[in-house]
Structure formats: C-alpha cells, structure tokens
Design a protein around this ligand. Structure first.
Ligand SMILES: NC(=O)c1ccc[n+]([C@@H]2O[C@H](COP(=O)([O-])OP(=O)(O)OC[C@H]3O[C@@H](n4cnc5c(N)ncnc54)[C@H](O)[C@@H]3O)[C@@H](O)[C@H]2O)c1
Ligand SMILES: CC(C)C[C@H](N)C(=O)O
Length: 364
C-alpha cells in the first residue's frame, strides 16, 4: 500500500501509529476530516491478518465516521482507531492507559468511544488518562453502552424506510429477518416485538439465537439461510459486506435496514438493489444513534435530549429517500450527497478569519 498516495486520494489529514512494548499496544489512529469539528469515532480491537489490513480498516472506518457524523448533523469530523489484538485475550489495563495518553497527545483532535471488541470498561481505563473519550460509565455522568440507543435509531430509520416501501410505517405483522442478534439487534428485537412484528433470526452464536427465540418467539434459521427467507425487511446487524453478488439474488425483502457498518460489499451493489426496487436505508445514516448518543456527552450528557435526536433518524432516512427520488440516484449516493453538501457548506461558512491564541498578534 502506498500510504501517502492513499491519504492524498481520499483526503485524509493524519495517521498516528502508537506502540507500547510493555503492554503490547499496537494501535493506529486515523483522522480523516475535521472540517466540522474534532474527529469522533470508536476504537476497534481485532486480530488482523496483517498490519496492512489493520491500516486499511482504520482508514476506511475513519472516512465512514466523517460521513456518519456529517449526515447525523453533528459538529464533528471523522476518525477511528484500530488496536491490533484479540479482545478476548490481549487486553490489559496498561494497554488502554497507554492508548489514552496517545489520545491526550492529540489535544482534542480525536475523541474515542466503543466499537467492535471494546467495552465501557475499556473506555473507563482510557478516561484515566484523557477526557477525550466518550461512552464511559454512567457513574461519571456519561452515556455508557451506546448499543441500545443505536438500536432505537435503527428502529426509527426502519419505520421510515417501511413507509416508503409499504405506504405505512407500522411494523405490525411485518416479517423481519435479522442477521446477528448481538448487543444492538437484541435491543432492536425488543422494539420490533413490542410493535407486533414477526421476527426471524440467525447468529453464529447459538446462545444468542436461543435468547431471541425465548424472549420474542422468533423463528431461528441457519446463518446461510437468512438471505433467502420469506420476509418484508432484511436487517443486517452482524458484519459488513453482506449485500453482495451472492446474496442479492436470494433476497425477498423489499426493505434493507440494519445496524451493521459497511453493508454494501461494493458501491455497485447499492446500484443493484436500487434497480431491483429495494428500499435501502444507508448503513451510516440508520446506525448513527450510537455516535449521536456519545456525542451528547460533549455537552454534558442528557439521555432525553440524546433520544430526541436519535428519534429524528426517521426524518434523516426520509430525507435520504427524498434526495434519492429527486435526483434519481440510489439511496447510498443520496446519503453521501447529504453529508458532502453539509461539509462543503460549513467549510465555506468557516472560511472567515477568527483570531485564536496562536496567531502572530498574540505573540506581540
Ligand atoms: N454497538 C453500536 O452502538 C453500533 C453502532 C453503529 C454500528 N454498529 C454495528 O452494528 C453491528 C452489530 O454491532 P453489535 O455491537 O451488536 O455487535 P455484537 O458483536 O454484539 O453483535 C454482532 C452479532 O453478530 C453475530 N455474527 C457474527 N458473524 C455472523 C454471521 N456470519 N452470521 C450471523 N451472525 C453473525 C455475532 O455472533 C454477534 O452475536 C456491527 O457491524 C457494528 O459495527 C454498532
Ligand atoms: C462512537 C461510536 C459509538 C461509534 C460506533 N462504533 C459506530 O460505528 O458508529
């Protein structure tokens, strides 16, 4: 990978490599764009096949956060961290403390939170070293685990997409196929069950499936069978890239709305589902409830205020659908347009000179 060429092509600002031999920390902080404000994005801990794969993931995820935060209406830029390691075996206190010091060194250009493989307890350790961390324990007056709020946002966005496909946003009696019933999807199931939807679930973890079957009367299917089940809505809530050449021909759903990041394997798959008339709620718009929730901590966390904002994801998805119809483009492109237009507008409105503590006048 020619790293500077890549950074230049996709307009990245900064990449920071962090290592601490004693604790085993190997982390990459990628800051994509801070036009709207400091870069906020979670820390993912994962066993990568190679260092190059880890760098690529950090870069891809950081750019995704620029778009997610912009489309969510947050005054925040995009960044992300990956820590190379097995979250079940390789974590220790010193590692997260060392990482916290690296974040502090960025002096507020990057703010972190949870992502795959990291928890509220890890954020609390980072918080020992820096204030530039969110999603820490509610005992600090913070928002804690973002997953239930992400789920609420997915529920609201799903209703908006259903309105477009079925003419009503009621999910009562709708058959909804859910891939992965982890943290986000279990809470999502609660909302859907409450509204009277029929749930079909799958997970590679049999206990997670059993829990959903018992709590919500869900029907369980094998992981490979979820794409082809008779349903109205497909909710990808596990990994990315599940909308691809192999799965699209199997889909019976008229709506795709789920929490997973990077659902389209390639952008052309977004074109394909659009041509098939499937209403796709773009991943980074519908799953932005978590980041909206943790971002509220920056104002002094207020649960009701955060939930009110997340409730508004119904309107965000409706807006994306409206742009898609107005401009005759797939919804994934409409979402990009929404984010890019906001960044461009704010960049213009900020071009006015503002004196700060480090300009020449202050040194006189
Ligand atoms: N947690 C949040 O607030 C949040 C916010 C935005 C986006 N997301 C995204 O939503 C998705 C789910 O997040 P989560 O926090 O619930 O994670 P999680 O790890 O709690 O849940 C994911 C579930 O998917 C299952 N799974 C993995 N591979 C599978 C497969 N091939 N088939 C079926 N099931 C499979 C896992 O066993 C697990 O139960 C992730 O893609 C994450 O990046 C989460
Ligand atoms: C800041 C975090 C809560 C972000 C979350 N991991 C996401 O992908 O949106």
């Amino acid at each position: 990978m020619e790293i500077f060429k890549y950074l230049e092509t996709y307009d990245y600002e900064q990449v920071v490599f962090c290592q601490d031999k004693e604790s085993g920390l190997k982390a990459i902080i990628a800051i994509h764009d801070t036009t709207l404000g400091p870069a906020l994005g979670g820390t993912r801990m994962w066993t990568y096949e190679s260092e190059e794969a880890a760098i690529e993931d950090a870069l891809r995820l950081a750019k995704g956060m620029t778009y997610k935060n912009a489309a969510a209406g947050l005054n925040l830029g995009g960044g992300k961290t990956v820590i190379i390691g097995d979250p079940r075996k390789d974590k220790n206190e010193a590692m997260f403390r060392a990482f916290g010091r690296y974040i502090q060194g960025l002096n507020g250009r990057y703010i972190t939170a949870e992502d795959v493989g990291t928890t509220v307890a890890d954020m609390d350790l980072i918080h020992e070293e820096t204030d530039y961390v969110t999603g820490i324990s509610p005992s600090f007056g913070s928002s804690g685990n973002p997953s239930p709020v992400t789920a609420f946002g997915v529920y609201r966005g799903m209703k908006a997409a259903a309105k477009e496909a079925f003419g009503t946003d009621s999910l009562e009696g709708k058959k909804i196929a859910i891939q992965g019933v982890g943290n986000v999807a279990y809470s999502l199931c609660e909302y859907l069950h409450e509204e009277g939807a029929q749930l079909i679930v799958t997970d590679i973890n049999k206990e997670a499936v059993q829990r959903a079957v018992e709590a919500f009367g869900a029907t369980a299917v094998d992981p490979d069978d979820i794409y082809g089940v008779e349903c109205d809505i497909y909710a990808p809530c596990a990994l990315g890239a599940t909308i691809n050449d192999k799965t699209i021909p199997q889909l019976k759903a008229r709506v795709i709305a789920g929490s997973a990041n990077n659902q389209l394997k390639e952008t052309r798959h977004g074109d394909l589902i659009h041509e098939l008339g499937i209403v796709y709620a773009p991943d980074y718009v519908i799953n932005s409830g978590g980041v909206i929730n943790v971002a509220d901590e920056l104002y002094g966390y207020n649960y009701d205020r955060a939930m009110k904002k997340v409730e508004g994801l119904y309107d965000n998805i409706a807006k994306v659908i409206e742009i898609s119809k107005r401009d005759g483009i797939p919804t994934y492109l409409a979402a990009d347009r929404l984010a890019e237009e906001r960044i461009a507008t704010m960049a213009k409105s900020r071009s006015q000179f503002l004196s700060n503590g480090h300009n020449i006048l202050s040194r006189r």
